[in-house]
Design a protein around this ligand. Structure first.
Ligand code: GDP
Ligand code: MG
Length: 593
């Protein structure tokens, strides 16, 4: 395709503003989909993506419109996948900015649009959902101008749901978004935008050709990965697969090259010609590193092999999560896993439970701490609170910090500021735009990974939105808090906390565990301790009678049922010495009050 006939664009939007619906509508209008195929959202593939309404893998689709080829690049919709987003944006020259006509501009709209501006995108504002009775398109138009600083006088009024404004959007893509640049005679340079495992094709790689031509049958080299491969398929998605013989400069498409694992394909890597390599790689390559770690253990120790197999299989398709074997005194054998963020953790945990039918115990999520050892013994990275060295061997501990942008209606500001303050936040900025506040805080990641987002949503009745990025490490007064149940330390519940908040956290943990652990035939003390010092304590009273005693020995079938129910409950418990702790307790105990 000649360069001047190509347009590459992405759609940026806050969650639920209609990105997927619009994408499907554009595909339908340009002939890629029938009405019937429209019924299921096409670009969101995985069940979990559909349920949570987020995109995890970047999808792309090629559309034909009035003699032009339009490549629509879908971007991941969550802060955990920020690097993937940045590469998808780098593959495009422009973006549709979709804003809900009833909701207006939200935090994620802002974060995404600024990224898009950084990539020099031409931005076409689309005010969506104008069919809603609550739609206020003129107010939103002004908001886009005031808050983002974009000219919205030519914003397109649309309804992705009822099909209003769709042709106008397609025309605007052709007219307003610039064509890509690139020289076909130069050595090949293609950006690896994304990759995933397909059971029939093997690893499929999504690419954007920047210079040169990527041909079927060519030998290619990954400049950062250092490996070489033969290209056996070249093609694009419409959204059905169409095979091609080559992709020229400016084009977006996929290749396969008999690669078995996505771990061999790093997002952002430069693909070049093995025989005639480019002199230098494309800018912006970065290896993504997990930031949140936790242990995953089977509830039933006999499931360990099944867990190992399932984790390995998931990893085939997701190189951004890591795992290594871990053993815990109380939980037996399991895996220490690393994730890009809490959502990523939840997705993997949910897939293991749902797709692989595993009952899992998830230990307290932890961030990566940097510990300077005493007597100049160097620095270590701590991924697991259980591995914390003795305090006498520690010179200092550093923890990761984030900068968070929260956007909320005025009336919730007070409680949001308090929440941030309680989580050791440092306020950086506070501005008002049209009855809404935008507040910027520096926060320790450790204070955010637990339930910050849930709390924020609940105190703002869902109106606050939140976006963050990491800003590096800072020293903190951090200590390891251990939890003891019936005098046995439960390592899965130990966590690293700030000394100033340790006591209230410890008290909260003990109180919640008291409710979560069922009564036993004996009294159970629950304690939180720092070093040898107990900082909080609760006691679970002993159960006086056998559970079946309530049945007065009369009704045999009822008695049997009760015993069965008890057995069922046992399966989902772990034994700590003589105490059974239900699976749910491990995560529930970490929720802060
Ligand atoms: P995404 O999270 O940005 O991908 O949003 P979706 O496309 O999944 O849309 C979120 C919700 O808004 C869904 O229930 C859609 O049916 C609905 N929606 C999308 N576009 C429109 C629209 O133009 N009008 C109305 N009334 N609802 C819409
Ligand atoms: Mg979506």
């Amino acid at each position: 395709t000649p360069l001047d006939k190509i347009r590459n664009f992405s759609i940026i939007a806050h969650i639920d503003h209609g990105k997927s619906t619009l994408a499907d509508r554009l595909i339908q209008r340009t002939g890629g989909l029938t009405e019937r195929e429209m019924s299921a959202q096409v670009l969101d593939n995985m069940d979990i993506e559909k349920e949570r309404g987020i995109t995890i893998k970047a999808q792309t689709v090629r559309l034909d419109w009035k003699g032009h080829v339009l490549n629509l690049m879908d971007t991941p919709g969550h802060v955990d996948f920020a690097y993937e987003v940045s590469r998808s944006l780098a593959a495009c020259e422009g973006a549709l900015l979709v804003v809900d006509a009833a909701q207006g501009v939200e935090a994620q709209t802002l974060a995404n649009v600024y990224q898009s501006i950084e990539h020099d995108h031409e931005i076409v504002p689309v005010i969506n959902k104008i069919d809603l009775p609550a739609a206020e398109p003129e107010k939103v138009r002004k908001e886009i101008e005031d808050v983002i600083g974009l000219d919205a006088s030519n914003a397109i009024l649309a309804s992705a749901k009822s099909g209003i404004g769709i042709d106008e959007i397609l025309d605007a893509i052709v007219e307003r978004i610039p064509a890509p640049k690139g020289d076909a005679s130069q050595p090949l340079k293609a950006m690896l935008v994304d990759s995933w495992y397909d059971p029939y094709l093997g690893v499929v790689i999504l690419v954007r050709v920047m210079a040169g031509v990527l041909r079927k049958g060519a030998e290619i080299a990954f400049m950062a990965g250092g490996t070489k491969h033969l290209v056996d398929r070249v093609g694009c998605f419409r959204p059905k697969i169409e095979q091609l013989t080559e992709l020229g400069p400016g084009e977006i498409g996929f290749i396969t090259a008999q690669i078995k694992e996505v771990a061999q394909t790093a997002v952002g890597d430069t693909i070049t010609d093995a025989k005639k390599p480019a002199a230098e790689a494309l800018p912006g390559f970065k290896l993504v590193q997990p930031v949140v770690f936790c242990g995953l253990f089977p509830v039933d120790a006999a499931d360990f092999d099944k867990l190992r197999e399932s984790i390995s299989r998931l990893r085939l398709n997701d190189a951004s999560f890591t795992f290594e074997m871990e053993s815990s005194a109380a939980l037996g054998f399991g895996f220490r896993c690393g994730f890009l963020g809490l959502l990523h953790l939840e997705i993997i945990q949910e897939r293991l439970t749902r797709e692989y039918d595993l009952d899992l115990i998830t230990t307290a999520p932890s961030v990566v701490y940097k510990i300077q050892l005493a007597h100049d013994r160097g620095e270590i990275e701590l991924h697991n609170p259980a591995d914390m060295p003795d305090p006498s061997k520690i010179a200092s501990i550093e923890e990761p910090w984030i900068e968070a942008v929260i956007y909320c209606p005025d009336e919730y500001l007070g409680s949001i500021l308090k929440l941030c303050q309680d989580r050791r936040g440092v306020q950086k900025n506070l501005t008002y735009v049209g009855g809404r506040a935008q507040v910027t805080y520096d926060l320790p990641l450790n204070e955010v990974v637990f339930d910050f987002y849930d709390r924020l949503k609940s105190i703002s009745r869902g109106y606050a939105s939140f976006d963050y990025h990491q800003i590096g490490y800072r020293e903190g007064d951090l200590v390891k808090m251990s939890i003891m149940v019936n005098a046995e330390p439960v390592d899965a519940l130990s966590m690293i906390v700030h000394r100033g908040t340790a006591e209230s956290r410890g008290r909260g943990m003990c109180e919640r565990l008291k409710d979560l652990i069922p009564r036993h035939l004996f009294k159970i003390p629950i304690q939180a301790a720092i070093g040898g010092k107990v900082i909080a304590r609760e006691t679970i009273a002993a159960m006086r009678k056998d559970v079946t005693a309530k049945c007065y020995g009369g009704d045999a079938s009822r008695k049997k049922k009760l015993l069965e129910k008890q057995k069922e409950g046992k399966k989902r418990m772990r034994e700590y010495g003589s105490v059974s702790i239900p699976q749910e307790a491990f995560i529930a105990a970490l929720r802060m009050g």
